[in-house]
Design a protein around this ligand. Structure first.
Ligand SMILES: *Cc1c(COP(=O)(O)O)cnc(C)c1O
Length: 338
């Protein structure tokens, strides 16, 4: 039916993730929402390896690795990378070895950041973890490691930060198709689809999926937590165009189709902000749901900030919950207390 159905996928999700209305948050904090009706796409709710948005990309990446006869999955990230942890779990499930090239990009030196959270799980899933020195180029290190392994007769498969290759982005094009279906079933249309932007593949895939379906890619609004705004915009545009090329080569994106907001990044990637902590507590205390301190907490803070002006009054807005809860255990100092 759609071009996506013709592309090989190694299944890691159980099926469609639910969309839920955040009615308790609306009742408790309606003033903060400016009258918006708020829904969550529960992409934190997946059975494998603690779940999260990278599993959708890994479905396509692992199928590609298997089709190429590869036996070792190599990828990159920061020390507390959710992508690295989900790659380790997914590779275990697919029967591939996994090597993680982890960059020391966040200046946090406590034991929790350097040993707990995602890092603890990387070890449990049996991945080989390479902790790179400050300033190292993780993708170059991954490629060098791949050459070493190839010289030993192994078949490595390399993908960079966040699994955000054009093929990996298709995981979120598939998510966009799910959202369109869920809108139809519920008889509603989201004014905005809000998500965090790290390596840009999630936003790019959602936008490409909407565009391929003839829907409006500008409904997606992301908050960059990693690159500065201009870089995040350029990378999201590049990846969305490349993903759309795989799905519907006759279509293209307009100049205003990719919307990224730079207001929530704070000092740096992985540096907590007060708005992130407030947003995380608000959702935890009204709905019992967990955001993460690096990505979705900052994006949800951005959603709240936009909503309060009233621009989404009586409109339905969808927040894509992308997982990352193991990261909470790497930030006890920022999150404990009140
Ligand atoms: C990686 C990640 C994101 C961002 O996805 P990208 O495709 O890298 O932009 C958002 N939330 C969480 C929890 C993540 O781990």
């Amino acid at each position: 039916m759609s071009a996506l159905d013709g592309i090989a996928r190694f299944p890691l999700l159980e099926g469609t993730t639910p969309v839920q209305r955040l009615s308790r948050l609306e009742a408790r904090a309606g003033d903060l929402l400016g009258g918006a009706r708020l829904y969550a796409k529960r992409d934190d709710l997946m059975g494998l390896g603690g779940g999260g948005n990278k599993l959708r990309k890994l479905e396509y990446l692992l199928a590609d690795a298997q089709a190429r006869g590869c036996d070792t999955f190599i990828t990159t990230g920061g020390l507390q990378s959710n992508h690295a942890r989900q790659s380790a779990a997914a590779a275990a499930r697919a029967g591939l070895a996994c090597e993680l090239m982890l960059a020391d990009v966040v200046p946090r030196h406590d034991a929790a950041y350097r040993g707990n959270g995602n890092l603890l799980l990387d070890d449990l899933f049996g991945a080989t973890v390479h902790r790179l020195p400050v300033g190292a180029d993780p993708l170059a290190a991954a490629q060098a490691r791949a050459q070493e392994l190839a010289a030993e007769g192994r078949r490595p498969y390399v993908v960079g930060n966040g699994g955000s290759s054009p093929l990996g982005c298709l995981g979120y094009a598939r998510c966009a198709a799910e959202i369109l279906q869920q809108e139809e079933e519920a008889g509603l249309r989201f004014e905005a689809i809000v998500v965090a932007n790290g390596s840009s593949g999630t936003h790019a895939g959602l936008a490409a999926g909407l565009a391929a379906a003839g829907d409006d890619p500008a409904r997606v609004l992301s908050f960059t937590v990693l690159a500065p705004l201009d870089e995040a915009l350029a990378e999201t545009r590049r990846l969305a165009a490349a993903a759309l090329q795989l799905l519907a080569p006759d279509r293209c994106l307009g100049a205003d189709d990719i919307r990224v907001d730079g207001s929530q990044r704070g000092e740096a990637y992985g540096a907590p902000t007060a708005a992130m902590v407030d947003a995380l507590r608000l959702l935890a205390r009204t709905e019992g749901l967990l955001l993460d301190p690096v990505y979705s907490g900052k994006a949800f803070a951005g959603l709240l900030d936009r909503a309060k002006s009233g621009g989404w009054r009586d409109k339905a807005v969808l927040f894509v919950m992308t997982g990352g809860t193991p990261g909470l255990f790497a930030y006890p100092d920022a999150l404990s207390g009140n």
